[in-house]
Design a protein around this ligand. Sequence first.
Ligand SMILES: [Zn+2]
Length: 453
Amino acid sequence: MSPASQPPQPDLKAIRGSFLDFIDDPFYVPEADSVRYLADGLLILEDGKVKDFGAYGELQNRYKELPTTVYAERLIMPGFIDTHIHYPQTGMIAAYGEQLLEWLDQYVFPTEGKFQDKAYAEEIAEIFLDQLLSNGTTTALVFAAVFPQSVDAFFEAAERRSLCMIAGKVMMDRNAPEALCDTADSSYQDTKALIQKWHKKGRLRYAVTPRFAITSSDEQLQRAGELLAEFPDVYLHTHLSENVSEVAWVRQLFPQCNGYLDVYDQAGLVKQRSVFAHCVQLTEAEFQRLSEADSAIAFCPTSNLFLGSGLFKLEQAKSAEYPVKLGLGTDVGAGTSFSILQTANEAYKVAQLRQQKLSPFQALFLATLGGARALCLDDLIGSFDIGKEADFIVLNPRATPLMACRHAASAPSSLSELADRTFALIMMGDDRAVEATYILGKLVYEKAEATLP
Ligand SMILES: [Zn+2]
């Protein structure tokens, strides 16, 4: 056989270091049975997927010929998952002084208008993806703008980088500037064409994306429901019960509905692949309905605090009786950071203000496997299980002088010591703690050497 006709050799390599991931949900399963920590572990990668994973001592003989990258005194985790973010709002993060409805009028709508220009959308999409990767976020559920070309710009950029991303065109036909409005029919046609173009193209997925009940007519929501019926494996991504004035306005706009969630339910939008951002003002019955429907919530603490929306009822979402799938969302630009570590930090404080605790393992579960479950992607990403796609990050728990002072150099010797170290990492860490990001086993981001301590 000539060399040219031989099958290509698999791309095999190994990563050695301390690994942390989850095999179950630490909100319901004791940490000893849900947290997987390997102080000295070996991750074997083949063609972008996890081929093998275990203790170095057990696997080393089988793979000693492989090129191995060693990360000493680091923590390797599955890539973070952001379950709610707006890429067009990248350039208007940290806009002063308003709550939700005024903030949309004053800042968001003028900014999103610029995404009619595809070249501008392309430029922002690249900055946005650079930000995600440098913050250790490898998958996100993303709002584009109302213009179909803003979705093309995003997916083209994500595809070039081989990223697992879910996104969609905003559907919005009222209570917004005319230049930003589509119609019930055009939003249906445009979304359908985008689904056919992008959904399941490589690692990309499509989300039908009405902005929220206030900016969609009943007819538009019905057409969104038709799309979900026609394409059962696409997602639904929208906002729900964020702010008190918003909930009151929805009641006026939809007097025939029994509350905010019911507006979406009556349009056939409350399903297994439906992700609702915020849910701060949700009633108990609405939490129950989301649980029954197997829908997901994106908990966006930095955004909820920034816009003064309120404190998410974490304990109700993660109740034993009516558990709801839950992930963390940065919600940039109302969220104040691209960092899922900082988002987990604020989630902890929101829980504290409600006299609840969010343990570091619970927070990191939400950031990884929990987020993957919320997005129905846990068969592909979210942990180091064999066969999964190898999107992972290398964290430096001693990334700053203060973090180095707080955090011993030696690997933790018990689960409680690991909990203490990861808690400090969540409180003090951000993009400075993300040393490397891998997509499908390939290094795509590395922090500049000079900034390491
Ligand atoms: Zn949002």
